[in-house]
Structure formats: structure tokens, C-alpha cells
Write a protein that binds this ligand. Structure first.
Ligand SMILES: [Zn+2]
Length: 218
């Protein structure tokens, strides 16, 4: 649920809905007039990223997982609730599969040595509740070794309510994971379309509404 959209005045909401029904770019799925493809990089990574997206996220206006999958050459985005081909995907030769998911048993990610096999980083995309559902519906996922991110800067994803201040959007989590695993390589170019999208949304919402609804008091 996009918090910003829900709180928009009726007139602006109609405008937003009109915008959503305009012809969309088949690649980034933004309205053609606001296509962000020029900002999407094509980054190489040693790590392979497999994003499993709950169907409820697919049509979300801020589908950040899609930008991550488009911006990384070694990434794949799959949409579904039960993934029948998961065993095959996880057995990709040359990689060690693990699940990016917080929890007591999760091991904090650190730089990956060249002599170690690269990770196949499985990233569930969706609200926490939906991500847990994906784990429940796909026991192979739940059985993977879990990894988590070190505490980091607060999310730039200010438009969507996160369960905690430190929760990152999917694209921010992936960027941070890759920068940790493959240090000193940088992956921040991945965030460019995401940042443009957020700036656009804030502009559309009106700075005042944004301040009132989304700015933290600290
Ligand atoms: Zn596009």
C-alpha cells in the first residue's frame, strides 16, 4: 500500500490514477512520459541476485525490485507465491545460495574472498508479512542459510511505511549487500532510477503534504 497515494486529495488522486493508465514503458513500466530507463545502469556483479516477488508488489507504483533486476546483469526477478523451479534455480553451479532475511540465526554479511564461491543471494520482495508467506509457501527458501545486513543509514525510501526506521527498500538492501560482499566495488549507480522516482513522487505530492505525512520529527 502506498501511503502517499492514500493520503492524496481526491483531485490529485484522480490525476495520479490517470497517469497510471497512460501508456507505459515495457521495460521500466513507468508512464512513457516518465520513462526512467536512461538512468538504469547495467552493472556486473560476482554475486548473483535472485529476487522473489510476491504478486501483490508487481503493480506497486514504487516497485524498486524491478529496477534492481534491470540494473544488474547477474540478476533475475521472479513473481509468484509458490516457485516450482526453485530447486533448479538454487542449484546453479558455482554459487552458494543464501537468503537475505533478518532473524536471530542470520549471519551478518561481510566481504566475500575471491577464492570463495560467489553467493546466490535470494531476496524476498514484499512487505514483511508477504515475505514470511513466501518462506512458508516455499520450504526450500526457509531452509536456506540466512544472511543479514549490518546496521546502516536510514532508508531514503521515505514514501512507504517501514516496520522500523532502519528497514530498507529492496533496491537499497541489494545495493548495500553487494557493496559489502564485493567491497571496494560500488553499486550506488543502481539507486539512480529509484532516487529519481522518489523525487518525482515527492514533487507530485506537494512538498507540504510530504512534510506533514512523511517527515520524521527527529
Ligand atoms: Zn522505461
Amino acid at each position: 500500500m502506498c501511503v502517499g497515494l492514500a493520503r492524496l486529495p481526491a483531485e490529485r488522486l484522480r490525476g495520479t490514477l490517470r497517469a497510471m493508465s497512460r501508456p507505459a514503458c515495457s521495460r521500466c513500466q513507468r508512464p512513457l512520459s516518465h520513462c526512467l530507463c536512461a538512468l538504469i545502469p547495467a552493472l556486473d556483479s560476482r554475486t548473483r541476485v535472485l529476487i522473489l516477488q510476491h504478486p501483490s508488489e508487481t503493480n506497486h507504483a514504487l516497485n524498486t525490485a524491478r529496477f534492481a533486476a534491470l540494473g544488474l546483469r547477474n540478476a533475475q526477478l521472479c513473481v509468484g507465491e509458490v516457485f516450482d523451479e526453485l530447486a533448479q534455480w538454487l542449484a546453479l553451479p558455482g554459487y552458494q545460495a543464501c537468503l537475505l532475511f533478518p532473524g536471530d540465526e542470520a549471519v551478518m554479511l561481510t566481504a566475500r574472498a575471491q577464492e570463495q564461491p560467489p553467493l546466490l543471494l535470494v531476496v524476498p520482495d514484499g512487505t514483511w508479512r508477504k515475505a514470511r508467506k513466501l518462506l512458508h509457501a516455499n520450504p526450500l527458501l526457509a531452509a536456506l542459510p540466512r544472511v543479514s545486513l549490518a546496521a546502516s543509514a536510514p532508508s531514503r525510501y521515505r514514501l512507504r511505511k517501514a516496520p522500523s526506521e532502519s528497514a530498507l527498500s529492496t533496491i537499497e538492501a541489494i545495493t548495500q549487500a553487494l557493496e559489502t560482499l564485493e567491497a571496494p566495488a560500488r553499486f550506488d549507480a543502481l539507486l539512480r532510477p529509484f532516487e529519481a522516482l522518489i523525487e518525482g513522487q515527492i514533487e507530485a505530492m506537494g512538498e507540504q503534504t510530504y512534510q506533514r505525512n512523511h517527515q520524521r520529527s527527529d
